[in-house]
Design a protein around this ligand. Sequence first.
Ligand code: DP6
Length: 343
Amino acid sequence: MTAVPPGAAAGSSPSAIATATASANTNIALIKYWGKVDEAQAIPATSSLSLTLGGTRTTTTVSFDGGDGAADSVTINGASPSAVELGRVTRFLDLVRARSGVTAPATITSRASVPLAAGLASSAAGFAALAAAASRAAGMDLDGRELSRLARRGSGSATRSVFGGLVLWNAGHDDASSYAEPVACEMDLAMVVVVLSQRYKPISSTQAMRATMSSSPLFPAWVEASGRDLQVALEAVRSGDLARLGEIVEGNALGMHATMIAARPGIIYWLPQTVAALHAIRAMREEGLPVWATIDAGPNVKVLTEGARAEEVAAALRDRLTGTTVSVRRPGGGVRIEEGPCP
Ligand code: DP6
């Protein structure tokens, strides 16, 4: 991180430009977040549990330097974002400006270490890194919980990327009570990511969860089931029972998709290869491999497994699912303030 002179962020020293760089890994939910009871505050309908994945960092530099003169100037992976993405970043920075007293537009440069085609492209890492860099550049010194609350306003799943390893996002009922925290975990976990399609999702998770809440008759049942799933998952983690955890993880993801498939019109992220992967994972399980599937708002499949067997599992998946890209991801750390600017 470039040092922020005290007071510079609030504009008291116009010659000093407040700059900071931060990075965050993406995370995959084991117990999913799907639906907000309060959109403005980003309060989720359910609590969720995730694993932060190593080697998936997005690094972001924020300078409150006046931007392009009138507005924030944003570059993501070397390109200009869409108008929708730019609007989302600016709305988020407006929150930071309102809280810190900084008024200047900003220049934001962000780069993901994992290519979008890797199936891990995620607003989670992006908004967690942005929250850390922007708040630091604005002279705010937030602790982990406060940072997770701020990241939440950018994207719900970003709340959890503030911390490493296993992370619980307490749904809460207002801004102060909706935050993430790390969960102690002695288990040797890994995720094997199977990229079946590099197609962008046809409908954003934000829109899809809104449609699910307003039109799926299964949504209330999903909320109830998810609360029970979370308790079972936490108990399985406490007792180190991977099979119990895996069963609940796969069931929770399938339940989330069933709920959105039942929306009117139905939201179907799956491709035929997604279903083929689910069957392959079942067959592998019957052969004795510790593998359980989870799927987010897209067609790709992530496989929860035991760290020690992750390479064996990846090889078996490559054999069975030809034409896919399979990579092993192990638990990674939380948000980090970086020394230099975004590469
Ligand atoms: C399926 O965090 O992308 O990955 O809060 O609207 O930005 P917004 O949604 P987002 O949703 C993630 C949904 C999910 C499940 C999960 O990560 O828990």
